[in-house]
Design a protein around this ligand. Sequence first.
Ligand code: 2BA
Length: 150
Amino acid sequence: MSLIKDKQLADISINELLIPSEKVAHVQLNNPLEHALLVLVKSGYSAVPVLDAKYKFVGIIGKTVILNQILGLESFEIEKLSEMKVKEVMNTEIPTLTRENSILDGLNAVIDHPFVCLVDQEGYFDGILTRRSILKEIKKNIYINSYKKQ
Ligand code: 2BA
């Protein structure tokens, strides 16, 4: 059943749409790139969150940045996969949200990013809000509003 039968999109809490941390594939700061690439290929995701040893959120890492890093002038320098660590190439310039933010804040974030990471007040990783989950709710909202007009 749609969450928006009784509520407007703006009233839906991020809690209701987030994928909880235990279901999110992630890597850690000190993992070698080899491990990160393995997680990305095996999970099928283009990018996943990076956490520190205390499970605080620190950034994201994707397949493209890893492949770019190991690309030499004429070939891939495969040995770099074990020499370099996630913390050397991850992207830290990305927005985060907390459970207190609104779905509209989430919508704003996923315009430019396929997913946005949720953190708690102390920076511990809480889960992700994906473009898919937000689009699904917007679609339900559109259907319901068009049904009401009939
Ligand atoms: P992408 O990996 O580029 O995936 C783009 C879209 O392709 C996903 O959109 C989803 O609809 C589909 N997809 C990709 N891999 C999938 C898989 N293994 N199982 C099911 N569907 C898959 P969203 O669901 O909106 O996800 C947006 C982005 O969030 C993903 O981008 C990925 O980077 C990240 N993500 C989603 N779920 C994740 C999870 N459980 N763990 C880690 N990262 C996740």
